[in-house]
Ligand binder design. Sequence first.
Ligand SMILES: Cc1cc2nc3c(=O)[nH]c(=O)nc-3n(C[C@H](O)[C@H](O)[C@H](O)COP(=O)(O)O)c2cc1C
Length: 182
Amino acid sequence: MKKVLMIVGSLRKNSFNLQLAREIQGMLEDRAQVSFLEYGDIPFMNQDIEFPVPESVDRVRQAVREADGIWIVSPEYNYQIPGVLKNLLDWLSRPLAPNDWQRGSAVKGKAVTISGVAGKSGAAGVRKNLSALLEAMSMKLIAGMGTGISLNAEAFRSGVLALSEAHRAAIRDQVNMFGDAV
Ligand SMILES: Cc1cc2nc3c(=O)[nH]c(=O)nc-3n(C[C@H](O)[C@H](O)[C@H](O)COP(=O)(O)O)c2cc1C
């Protein structure tokens, strides 16, 4: 079985994006072993502490390297990539040893796809920015800007993400494209 690593761009316990990631996990179950990256403990990027690599960063890089593909599910903060996720991606973009660009980063060439839950925008801003960033990091972007879901008033009231049939169909298409590519 292929291994898929889910990276959720929100640290919130009841995150809508975490709820979506769990739905995606259910849809992937037949074709992949899915795990979730815990990265709330990594430090802010600071080149003074880049080497030797902090233990928490080493752990997330190991998890990423063991995965056949990565699925990022993220909210948007002011139409941009949330700081916690950008910080993680900055760490992942760096070489494994000082100036060792020969081996590249932990994510170079890795298959990746994107989804996002947000308000009216359907996370279009973060998905656009993420797709450009991941390509700049030499990752293999599958399904372009991926799938976006707009939260309605009922979701904000209840805190529960309810997917429509159209949402499910879009995610299923993305699961198939991603599953074929990894
Ligand atoms: C700092 C901040 C900025 C936000 N900016 C946006 C935004 O630009 N567009 C949007 O649709 N929602 C925005 N929101 C609202 C989020 O979509 C909403 O809080 C959502 O629940 C966050 O995702 P999560 O449930 O996975 O944590 C913002 C929320 C925060 C905390």
